[in-house]
Design a protein around this ligand. Sequence first.
Ligand SMILES: Nc1ncnc2c1ncn2[C@@H]1O[C@H](COP(=O)(O)OP(=O)(O)O)[C@@H](O)[C@H]1O
Ligand SMILES: [Mg+2]
Length: 246
Amino acid sequence: MNKLIAITGKGGVGKTTVSALLIKNLLASGVSPVLAIDADPNNCLDAALGVTVACTVGRAREDARSSAGANANISTRELLRLKIEQGLVEARGFDLIAMGRPEGEGCYCYANNILKDIIAEISSCYPYVVLDNEAGLENLSRRIVQKVDMLVLVSDSSNAGLQTLIRLFELAAEMKMSYGKLALVINRQRSDTLPGRINEIRAKTSADIVIGLPDDEEIAAFAEKNGNFLEISETNAVYQKIREII
Ligand SMILES: Nc1ncnc2c1ncn2[C@@H]1O[C@H](COP(=O)(O)OP(=O)(O)O)[C@@H](O)[C@H]1O
Ligand SMILES: [Mg+2]
């Protein structure tokens, strides 16, 4: 059985950083290959992992939609699967697919349902799948999966950030998103102590894991040079702390 880990949270709180460092931890623990899915339309997980995506799933879906029926020997589903596989980036220890932009005008239910099937098929070939999402869960549940093994909600330690965290937790319930375990990650902490409200939030969400990650110089420096987070030092405190999620 493969394990799906989905990461979400407000924009800019560190979802991509956490995703990349989680993948680094999985690779270090000998799990391979990992499938990384960049489900944020402003995709940048590829850069954080030192690779470049040439064709997103959104593009593949548009291409498959516009050429559907043009070739009687291949179904839309097969065509889409083929295009998605062509867009898959293969790297050392992991593969990556980027979802790209959400759909435009028109009905995409059919295409999205096929898409979910195809992503499930591809995902089943990997022991671990890490999904880096945009803020919110709509895209995830509509286009990718409804059920994950672990949902990771990332926040900063501000009160507004924590409020969004609660909102995302409630949204998961509203969207009937099912998850095996829930992890709360409070990122970029300036002190060692978790925010005062965390016990209330832990109780409200029945979170399985709550971790705080420090605001880290090395990470900031890597981000400045658009660095590959897989190359961050083994002693990095954020990298080490994220291991608790695994
Ligand atoms: N623990 C941290 N310490 C220092 N900088 C961080 C940390 N986590 C994230 N950042 C920085 O914050 C910015 C936003 O992070 P990112 O992972 O891209 O957020 P998101 O994916 O949620 O939009 C990046 O410049 C990143 O390097
Ligand atoms: Mg991101």
